[in-house]
Design a protein around this ligand. Sequence first.
Ligand SMILES: Nc1nc2c(c(=O)[nH]1)N[C@H]1C(S)=C(S)[C@@H](COP(=O)(O)OP(=O)(O)OC[C@H]3O[C@@H](n4cnc5c(=O)[nH]c(N)nc54)[C@H](O)[C@@H]3O)O[C@H]1N2
Ligand SMILES: Nc1nc2c(c(=O)[nH]1)N[C@H]1C(S)=C(S)[C@@H](COP(=O)(O)OP(=O)(O)OC[C@H]3O[C@@H](n4cnc5c(=O)[nH]c(N)nc54)[C@H](O)[C@@H]3O)O[C@H]1N2
Ligand code: SF4
Ligand SMILES: [Mo]
Length: 752
Amino acid sequence: MEEGGNSKKSIFSRRNFLKASSVTLAAGAAGQFLPTGSKGTRKALAQQAKPGAATKKFNFCGVCSANCAMVAHIMDGRAVKLTGNPDDQIAHGKLCVKGYAALKNLYDPDRLKYPMKRTNPKKGPGEDPGWVKISWDEAFNLTGQKFNEAKEKHGPESIAIFSRPHDWIHRLGKAIGTPNLIRHHNTCYSNQQAMWRACTGQGNRPWMHDLANAKYILSFGWDLPGKAKNMAARDYVKAISNGAKAVVIDPRLSITASMADEWIPIKPGTDLAFMLAMINIIVNEELYDKEFVSKYTQGLDQLKAAVQDYTPAWAEGITEVSAGTITRIAREFSSVKPASIPSHKRDAGGPNYTNSWRASFAMIILNALVGSIDREGGVIFERTPSMVSFDSLFPAPEFPAMRKERVDGFEKHGIMGAMGRGDFSTITDAILTEQPYPLKAALFRKHNVLAFPDAVKFTEALQKLDFIAVLDIMPTEIVQMADVVLPEPYFLETAGMGNRVYFAFYPQIALRQPIIDPLYDTKGFGAIIEGIAKAMGLEKYFEGVSGGKLRQERLKALGTSWEDLNKSPNGMWADKKPFKPTEKFKTKSEKIELYSTALEEAGYDPLPYWQPRREAPSDNYPFNYIIARPPMHRMTESQNNPLALQTYSENTAIMNTGAAHNLGIRHGDEVVVESRAGRIKLKAELTNGIRPDCVCVFHGFGHWSKDLSLAYQRGANDGDLIPRINIKEMVALKDPGAGAAMQDFGVRVYKA
Ligand SMILES: Nc1nc2c(c(=O)[nH]1)N[C@H]1C(S)=C(S)[C@@H](COP(=O)(O)OP(=O)(O)OC[C@H]3O[C@@H](n4cnc5c(=O)[nH]c(N)nc54)[C@H](O)[C@@H]3O)O[C@H]1N2
Ligand SMILES: Nc1nc2c(c(=O)[nH]1)N[C@H]1C(S)=C(S)[C@@H](COP(=O)(O)OP(=O)(O)OC[C@H]3O[C@@H](n4cnc5c(=O)[nH]c(N)nc54)[C@H](O)[C@@H]3O)O[C@H]1N2
Ligand code: SF4
Ligand SMILES: [Mo]
């Protein structure tokens, strides 16, 4: 690959790649994320019926948020195999490599087995917490007492709950009276969510895509096949096998790029310029879908006026992709039907750069211009069953008054602020400086230390808190920072139901049955939250609340029941109705707003004007830093899984061969990667599949918890290099999604 180059053909021809991938499939489990048909699964299921054979239970995968429905095969009380549920819209009978490996998590000997308290007050890497086993009563009482102490001395807002959104968590937060429910979204997809809300009025961004029917697929860093997301890989391969053209714009030769017709290694953080130039061509040459645009969008004239200066020649200077290539792709994209730009979380529209929200905006506009929003071959709004709400079923007594100002400043962002998601970038400085006010205690669930920008500093900040309670399943780094540990069962030991979201052309629900009895002295999430509430004297907010009743009422409203779902021969409930494209969108104008009035009202640019990223590489830090994740690992949760480690055992600094050699770095050498925030040491991995000005590090490694016996000290944490942002800086960035700018800084690399 040349730097500053024009588009390049993929280094693999498509046919050779597919041939090569089928060889890998035959060779081992690592390749199983690619679809191979569900015949084998059906045969295995048929065998279950025979007496003396394994019994089967239904569940759905909790390793990632795709939640593929699974069938568990149990022999003599032990789960021996997981397979995909053939009737699930998402799984289509297949799991991915991470899902198949989930049994190793279930039976991981390092799992948390009972409640514990620490005896060593010192916290952090290298400190032994001095765990002591305690009873559940003691765990609840200690947590309740410490939370109440913080509440009485410093106000309820001095308690923060770090957790993904959940009914029980919302209830607990309101009962305590803290506005500080802090979630990870601004490191993940908040930009995309903000922009879909602004342009289409959807509460969230769409989670699915009709890739199988697309004839032209344009990816700006979209790489779900490279995450082993089965449903995406399956349809991507199907589309290109049916003759669709795939073009991947990515500084790195991703797995998606390796299967594409064309790989365009764009300069990082400049996709917005490429997209604006595409819009310029499509609008000026009137190549857009006239019927769709006039019927379902508003703001074309303002958009046209705004993009006049954004010519392909202008974009060439910014993106290092030739004007000819940009023009050709704009024309192809708007003439082949259906064409679309799939997008998920951390692609060019994710919270990677300070201009990423504008790129997310431009991607929505491009999809709208070619009529690919909620249409065949395009981005699809998932069709999920409507659910009775927790609050309507369990109305609460009046909640205490709550301070509006959040400790992470998230309420200061119009559009996303209202959703109360949370900011992982600003929380560290807020704790350290006690601004806007002091935080004294925290409850953590499903969030780990290594997920925070500048994780080293975040760990330091946590040492300032008086008390930390952690709900977890494994002794990860956040557990090492805990005063009290409240262990939960693994999802395979729990009951529940899950809407199909990632592939929901029609409403469908999957059943979750405990596949074995819980192995340890754990308690379900709801029971733990209620236990804490009771110990705090807040039991009135949870009176009558029950997960069983919630499930039952939700199913009743759909005309079925928990009993029926449990009796269903395939572990699924479905309301198969034909797909009806959206006619009216949920914006003020009931159209897709190319000129967003919602953004304008909230004080943001209503159009995706050009803005460069915050911090391009400099003489001091000459490399772009790229973060991605490998197919076989899941965030910081799988590095103790022996199967995942067999296929990928530690992360590396992925560099361009020529650029590394210029620095005297050879494949396998130890190198230091350093940013203005920190430094990490790992092995260099050299490839031609990355731009010479980039270094890529996969996320998930660098564990310092000694209780993770396999994960301990493998590789390094990419996030030690990400500069945190304080509230003032975050507000000044005027990003409607309050994105964490995960890659918006330069790094230097040298031999260790
Ligand atoms: N296997 C696996 N799957 C997962 C996860 C996991 O940990 N493991 N995590 C899940 C979660 S929570 C998330 S958020 C998603 C994330 O999954 P993705 O959204 O696929 O995000 P990344 O893995 O970060 O990959 C982003 C891609 O963007 C490219 N990129 C970086 N900078 C630029 C740029 O400036 N321009 C362009 N065009 N491309 C760029 C990178 O090279 C990379 O190929 O994956 C989900 N699925
Ligand atoms: N440096 C860096 N930071 C990042 C990212 C990155 O690429 N690089 N990516 C960002 C993104 S996209 C995301 S989505 C976030 C994810 O960040 P997190 O949501 O914090 O995800 P993990 O780091 O995997 O940590 C999850 C924790 O939950 C625990 N856990 C798993 N299952 C259960 C369960 O059923 N119950 C309970 N109680 N605990 C459980 C795990 O053991 C682990 O301690 O990270 C963000 N932070
Ligand atoms: S894609 Fe893989 S990890 Fe995610 S839910 Fe499906 S099987 Fe599980
Ligand atoms: Mo994410």
